[in-house]
Design a protein around this ligand. Structure first.
Ligand code: PGA
Length: 249
């Protein structure tokens, strides 16, 4: 297999420690025989509990953001080293909600990605266009800028660890999934942009997920597309049954 599929849950700002305990305990047996990589990205406060509960299982744990500095006077922020010491292995970077509400830019995405890689975390770098951008036929240009920004000055040996998540903003939490064809088309384009940066062979090995209202009903069609290597799952990752069905598409 050239690219092992990876399905990651993005819990966003959901679940207390007690709720994490219940959800993860339900999830463990349901996904134990999954053929893809399984990741749950949780709020910072749930990470230690999630790592503890998933030890020895096939579930890996990720954070939802990371700061770019090693340490210092950044009140409220969390460094990559802090995450690694907890046993966290993945981190979502540049999610559209962070771009929209918290001033995330392509430059800060790049800095966070470099810091994550330097510490040994696997970054899940999110890109995607808004509805307005799609309607104005700007999807490709917008995503090219995001991809070039995120990967700027990252050498091939590091860049190969990155997972890209294509999440059309209009499909996130709206119940409006991109069609299989729309998702495939854009993800194929993203692979082309990566090939432009690092060569075709490299691009053919990089994993690119789809995200945006992915659920048990539409997962099979999306995963059947030749360039789609997994999913970043919001709403459907909050219920063990639903998430396990996505993971075992
Ligand atoms: P959704 O969220 O599955 O609820 O649309 C996906 C995401 O934002 O990562």
């Amino acid at each position: 297999m050239l690219r092992k599929p990876i399905i990651a849950g993005n819990w966003k700002m959901n679940n207390t420690i007690a709720e994490t305990e219940a959800l993860v305990k339900d999830l463990i047996p349901l996904v134990a025989d999954a053929k893809c990589d399984v990741v749950i990205c949780t709020p910072y406060t749930d990470l230690a509990k999630a790592v503890e509960l998933t030890k020895g299982t096939n579930i890996k744990v990720g954070a939802e953001n990371v700061h770019w500095a090693e340490k210092g006077a950044f009140t409220g922020e969390i460094s990559a080293k802090m995450l690694v010491e907890l046993g966290v292995e993945y981190v979502i970077i540049g999610h559209s909600e962070r771009r929209q509400y918290f001033g995330e830019t392509d430059a800060s995405v790049n800095m966070r990605t470099k810091a994550a890689l330097a510490a040994g975390l696997i970054p899940i770098v999110c890109v995607g266009e808004t509805l307005e951008q799609r309607e104005k036929n700007r999807t490709k240009a917008v995503i090219r800028k995001q991809i070039n920004g995120a990967f700027a000055d990252i050498p091939e040996e590091d860049a190969k660890k990155i997972v890209v998540a294509y999440e059309p903003v209009w499909a996130i939490g709206t119940g409006k999934t991109a069609t299989d064809e729309q998702a495939q088309e854009t993800i194929k384009n993203i692979r082309g942009m990566i090939a432009h940066l690092y060569g075709r062979k490299f691009a053919n090995r990089l994993r690119i997920q789809y995200g945006g209202s992915m659920n048990p009903k539409n997962v099979a069609g999306l995963m059947a597309q030749p360039d789609i290597d997994g999913g970043l799952i919001g709403g459907a990752s909050l219920k063990a049954e639903d998430f396990s069905k996505v993971v075992k598409y």
